[in-house]
Design a protein around this ligand. Sequence first.
Ligand SMILES: Cc1cc2nc3c(=O)[nH]c(=O)nc-3n(C[C@H](O)[C@H](O)[C@H](O)COP(=O)(O)OP(=O)(O)OC[C@H]3O[C@@H](n4cnc5c(N)ncnc54)[C@H](O)[C@@H]3O)c2cc1C
Length: 461
Amino acid sequence: MTARHVATPAAGSRRRGVAVPLPRDWSELAARDVWLVVAGVGVVIAAMWVRHGGPARDPLTAIGEVTALGGTYAALLGVLFASRAPWLDQVMGTDRLREIHRWLGFVSVWAIVAHSIISTLAYAGGSLGQTLPMAVTLVQTVPGMLGAVVGTGLFLLVAVSSVRAARRRLPYETWHGLHLYAYLAIAFAFLHQLTIGNDFIGDRLAVAFWIALYVVAFAPLVVYRVAWPVYLTWRHRPRLRAVVSEADGIVSLYVEGRDLDRLAARSGQFFVVRALTLREWNHGHPFSLSATPNGDYLRFTVKLFGEGTRALAALPPGTPLLLEGPYGAMHGARRTGRRLLLVAGGIGIAPIRSLAEGFAFRPGDMDLVYRTRGVRETALQRELDALAAYRGINLHYVTGQRGEPRVGEDPLGPDALRRLVPDAADRDIYLCGPNALMERARSALLALGADPHRINLELFG
Ligand SMILES: Cc1cc2nc3c(=O)[nH]c(=O)nc-3n(C[C@H](O)[C@H](O)[C@H](O)COP(=O)(O)OP(=O)(O)OC[C@H]3O[C@@H](n4cnc5c(N)ncnc54)[C@H](O)[C@@H]3O)c2cc1C
């Protein structure tokens, strides 16, 4: 198949008088609203603890209870923030959700470990020497306690495997597989709370409240990470149409399906793509749309990074796929002004290319900066050139190794960006690419005076 996507305007298809759907952007909600609800629920949990006589207990027992409640609440929030619920994704942003989920994970694990130690010490009357024998007695005599110990162990395993140094060494599948044990750990925590938790014993309202918290945390996870992808796949039957080479180690995956004109997605968004084959079904890959959805196909442009992406590129046409999404808040609905600056690093060009195609703008009102280490890694160049000529985009290739005279020491630093786009700070800005490079570009733009609210960022992890 030849690349036949060059600068074609989106099909803008209409059927039975119904416009092509777009995902809701939830702009009526702000992150502050989410945090207010989180804080409100925290206050209710604290109030229930006070009502149940928490502050009147001896200090060790009280601290043990507070760490248990705080740890459980953090774990449930962690589940909710990993649910990929569209409203959370749009309001908080995918990157921020990932970072918050990570921190909530660590907070919950350390709080639950602290709870286990401090509460056992409290049962042992504050005697360090009696703590271990007391732990054994509790496991033997209290229903649900063995599960709690196993749950805490699982939490620890997940936390240790998520420390950056460990994560870098583990294959993604192994890390992700271990990560799923956190759900089992939460189930054990729930049983433990049912049998021994002060907020459960004898207070029906508190029981109902906590059960509601578990439901609110887990229901979106089941809906959006299981039911929705299954529905989407059943509805649109996505399958691989073709794999097209774009540059050294970079290919485009063309995905066809049924009624793709009814699939609500925006330029700049991403899907988690999974090949439904025996070997690949358990590894989903987040890939951004590299062309505006046009009703005929979806296109993802992919750097062959590890085994998973290489396996995808070798799949035969017709392979069925499972799609999860669309996700990501780096899209046109975040635009606030007329002039635009798009900055891509490496394979970050994928969503930037679809944004450049999808935006409405006057010739000259968009600058696109594309940073790569070499010409051979510069993907989609021909179609970018065509798009720039056709739509009037000021296209800047920043190609070469750092330190080379034509790119300088800091190719996306404040001086370099100001030289390329003198009014960079006064535009809506869209950044995408590897974390370190994009963080540097973001800092440079802030140093130039850009409004942080007008900087839209997607990191590729
Ligand atoms: C929001 C987002 C959008 C992305 N869009 C693109 C794109 O358009 N084109 C492109 O080439 N790459 C994109 N990536 C990166 C891409 O997902 C990974 O490079 C790819 O999944 C690597 O898989 P692998 O099996 O080849 O390598 P592996 O060796 O299995 O993984 C290498 C690294 O890729 C990351 N990764 C792998 N799977 C996942 C996953 N399911 N979720 C999050 N991170 C994962 C992890 O950091 C992992 O350590 C995107 C990443 C994110 C987070």
